[in-house]
Write a protein of this length. Sequence first.
Lengths: 239, 635
Amino acid sequence: MTEHPGGPASSPRILIVEDEPALRRFLVPTLVGQGYQVLTAATATEGLALARSHNPDLVLLDLGLPDLDGMEVLRQLRAWSRRPIVILSARNQERDKVRALDQGADDYLAKPFGAAELLARLRVALRRTLQTEAGETVVASGGLRVDLGRRVVTLDERPIHLTALEYRLLEALVRRNGRVATHAQLLADVWGPGGAGNTHYLRIYMAMLRRKLEADPTRPRHFITEPNVGYRLDLDGPG
Amino acid sequence: MDAPARPILVALGSEARALRLIQAAFRMARERNAPWLAVHIATASGQGTEDEEQVQVWLQEAQRLGAETRIVRAPTLAQGLADLTRSTQAQALLLGRSRNRWPWARLGHSTADELQRRGLDASLEVLDDPPDAAWEEAPGTPFNATVGAFLVLAACTGLAWLVPREGNLSLVLPVYLLGVAFIAHRWGQGLGVLASALSVLLYNFLLETPRFSQAAGHWPNLLFFLAMLLAAQLVMGLLRRLRLQAREVQRRELHMASLYLLGRALARSRTPEEIAGAASEHIGRTFRAKAWLLFPEAEGWRALPTPVEDRDLPPPVELGPSLAVGEREGDPLEPLPQGGAFYLSLTGTDRSEGVLRILPSTDGGLPPRTWELLKAFAVQIALALERLRWLEEARRAQVDRETERLRNTLLGAIGHDLRTPLAAIHGAAGTLLLPGELQESTRRDLLAMIQDESERLAHLLGNLLDLTRLESGVLQAQKEWQPLEEVVGATLGRLDRRDGAVPIQVDLPADLPLVPLDAALMEQVLINLLTNAQRHAPGQAAELRAWSEPGRLCLEVADRGVGVPEAFRERIFDKFFRLPGAGEGGVGLGLAICRAIIQAHGGEIHAEARPGGGTTFRIDLPLPGEPPALPEGAP
């Protein structure tokens, strides 16, 4: 293991579990440069030990590790920690991504990814721990404003009427606070346990939300599709 | 020759000669370029004696060779054939004729003769059986035979009674000789010998005493009868041989026919299951037995065409060696009886292809005289299995060659296309690491180049990986019903994030139906097509539009580039194909991936010339059946 103190002791501590030295070489200075404290582990065993001893604020976990399946590491971490976990996955591993997300990972980054994307995801994931889940009741981005306390949605100051299901879907996305939500998670949130398998319902309601809340539904700014994985509500993005 | 349109008629029964008739009719029809019709006349008298199942087999065989087939009911064969010849205006009629067992029946009007008499306007072709093929062993029971023999002898005695009696045997002898020969021929050698002895006694008691009393002790008389006995024996021996030969000929013809049918069924089989099905069907019909093909597995056997309980089968370690060539005494192909069933090794040219298991339906098991044919069946089945194995090996070799070729092309293409961005990245990084100050603008340029080139590398590798995985079947389309809008949105989102994005005009009707898609794969298609469009028509907006037609969803990506010459519009979808004179960028994989993905969706993609210049890529995706029900309250 290696410790890379970045900022003051109060700054968030990030554990990187990644076996590729090249990737660690890129990740460490990037994160340290942003003021994070960084710990690195090259194997799952080492990563799990570090997670227990140092209790990091966030874990960046590679799914392809030499000694243990990343999915197993995720399961063991989730057994005792509710801290955010962001998965690093190779391209075209949609199924693994979805499984990891459904098993409690907060988000994922598909390799290759850029520094900007990485930092944005980390900020979103850390925000979850910094705020209580239901803490913020008003979110706004661009012209879109969602007030969960008063159940009011406005676009460019105009109130938008949503059906009950549309509102529940929007609420489920807002509560995830920019993190990706898998199809299965959204179906369970909106339709309850009976919704499983009806992914096309979800897609239709998402299309309806976009038509009501996006300036151009074919170029969504807020309701971002993660193909074959799920959706994320992007309230930091441009516009 | 008659008018070519008039058909050729062939009459089939259930006998094995039907195969020769079918082949003759087929040849004739081909020579005369005429249609042909195979018929079976079902007569009241023929009922029960004809093997209906066998008739069906022959009719099917004729049908396979291009004949129309028909079964006609008629009072007599001649009547039915005559009517049919008239109604179909046949130019020729083929039928078989067996030599009748009863000589006088041969003198009477046979079907052929009767047809001749009816004056048909068709040429009559009669195929005779091979000599003596129709001789059959008499089916009479011993009791009937004995009675018959007595009657014949009585008739002979009666005839001899009429002969003028001058103590001359020369006229009496031939009468008895004929009678004995007939008995021997008709009812077998045993009765023949008995009849010879009996005729001596008859002669002595009925004819000689009291009428030829002096002759009783005469040596010549006795000698004559001894001679008769001998002659009868000779005749009987001769007859027996002839009969055996005839039966052999008939049996051979049957064997040939059944082997031929099996061979044909096997030749059409493309899987071990089909081979097992054909083998089981033909063995069942020929030997009245159930049959399975057994293939050794890790433990036990895999039985085809139907599974067999393992406890009904001997363990492979027991059966394998005892069937293996060279380890058994005598003929290695001889059936090995075990537990009520028979096992035959299916030995091909170089190794065992499996084991044939036969379960006779009768308790007596398989009579050894059928072994020869069974062995011939086994050889055919083994060769069919072997052919299948070789085909599979050849196919695999072909795939290997193709892979090898692809690998070489790949190495060639990659060698260049991977090295170029790598060289740029390597060079830029080296420059950045040089001691000394770089101008800020230069430094940023180099870094931007590193980013661009590595993106190009990632794109190239992604394409390569996808194509390989699509072609090997590792990557399969996970289709889910979804709005096209969503995939388009994700694509545009990704393209907008890239630098130098060019405006894309999108035209999607709001009422597009859901379509089953793999979103990630379809995004890849759209990205490839749109980046292509941007590359070939820089600075000009690419257009993306979609609409639905009955049963399909259509999608077009159009650009205003220089267009694709017609000769290359299909070839651009080939791997590593690049248009002559195409500039930098791309290895010729993008469109190959598009096609592979669209095909994985059961759709089609084509390039068309766009009116007014440029190229249109048109995608048709199938909309199979109804989209799933929409939730309540949906538009």
